[in-house]
Design a binder for this molecule. Structure first.
Ligand code: F6R
Length: 249
C-alpha cells in the first residue's frame, strides 16, 4: 500500500483531480467509481473544472456512484444521487447510459444490487475507485463487520453513520440502511485511492494503519490491494508514527 501526505485539503484534492484527469486522457473509456461526501467534493469540482478547461472528451467514460442511502429520494440534496448529478454529471453533460447510481427507492434491493454488479461487469470492471473513510472505518456503506468478499449489497447502518450522516441533510432524516458497491469490487478494481482530511479523521486513520486487516475495520482492506494508495492531508496523518509516515515517501 502506498501512502501520500499533502500539506492541506486543497493540495490533496488537486492531486486526486490530476490522477482522474490523467486517467481519462490515457483511457478515454475509463470506468470510474467515486464516493460522495465532504472529502471528495473539492477533488470532484477540480477534476470537472480541468476537464472543461482543457476540453477533454468524456463521451466514453463510465461513472459509478459508490453507494446510496436506502429510502432517500434522488431529489433530496443529501442523497449521493443529487451529489453526483450536481457536481459531476450535469456539469460534464454525461448521458444516462454513462452513469450508474443505485435506485434508493427500489422495492427489490437484491435486484438493484444484481443490476449494479452486472453493469460493472459489462463495463469491463472498474479502473479507478476513489473512496473516503467513515469515522467508524467504513468504506462506502461497508460497515464494520462486513464480509470482504461481498459484491453489491445492502447493509444496516451503524449508529455512528446514522448520526454522522445527518451532516449532509437540511432536516433530520431517517437513515437506516445503505446500498453499496462491495469490497470484493474494491479488491478487483485496478487502482484504488482512499482519501481523508482533517483532524477528525486522524484517529480512525491511525487505527487503520495500526490494526491488522480485519472486517471490523473495513478500511484495513486497503492494505491488501495490489495498487492501493491512501492519500491524506497533514491533519489526518497527524497521529501516525514517524515510521508509518516515512513509509509514505
Ligand atoms: C459516501 C461514502 C462514505 C463516505 C464516508 C466519509 O458516498 O461512501 O463512506 O466516504 O462516510 O464521508 P465524508 O467524506 O463526508 O467525511
Amino acid at each position: 500500500m502506498n501512502v501520500k501526505v499533502f500539506t492541506d485539503y486543497e493540495e490533496l484534492s488537486e492531486a486526486v483531480a490530476t490522477i482522474v484527469v490523467d486517467l481519462i486522457k490515457r483511457t478515454p473509456n475509463a470506468v470510474i467509481c467515486f464516493a460522495s461526501g465532504h472529502t471528495p467534493l473539492l477533488a470532484c469540482q477540480l477534476f470537472v473544472a480541468k476537464i472543461l478547461r482543457e476540453k477533454i472528451d468524456v463521451s466514453a467514460i463510465r461513472f459509478f456512484s459508490l453507494d446510496e442511502w436506502v429510502g432517500v429520494p434522488p431529489e433530496n440534496q443529501g442523497s449521493c444521487h443529487h451529489f453526483f448529478y450536481d457536481v459531476i454529471f450535469n456539469p460534464l453533460g454525461l448521458t444516462k447510459n454513462q452513469v450508474y447510481v443505485f435506485d434508493a427507492l427500489t422495492n427489490n434491493e437484491a435486484d438493484e444490487c444484481k443490476k449494479m454488479d452486472e453493469a460493472i461487469a459489462a463495463a469491463g470492471g472498474l479502473d479507478l475507485m476513489v473512496v473516503g473513510i467513515g469515522m467508524n472505518g467504513h468504506i462506502g456503506f461497508n460497515e464494520p463487520g462486513v464480509a470482504f468478499d461481498n459484491y453489491s449489497h445492502v447493509m444496516a447502518l451503524d449508529k455512528s453513520t446514522i448520526e454522522g450522516g445527518q451532516k449532509y441533510f437540511e432536516t433530520n432524516t431517517i437513515l437506516s440502511k445503505g446500498i453499496t458497491i462491495g469490497l470484493q469490487h474494491l479488491i478487483e478494481t485496478k487502482q484504488v485511492i482512499m482519501i481523508a482530511n482533517g483532524d477528525k479523521k486522524a484517529e480512525i486513520i491511525k487505527r487503520t494503519f495500526d490494526e491488522t486487516v480485519n472486517e471490523q475495520l473495513p478500511a484495513t482492506i486497503m492494505k491488501t490491494h495490489k495498487n492501493g494508495t491512501i492519500m491524506l492531508d497533514k491533519a489526518a496523518a497527524s497521529l501516525l508514527s514517524a515510521n508509518q509516515f516515512d513509509a509514505s515517501h
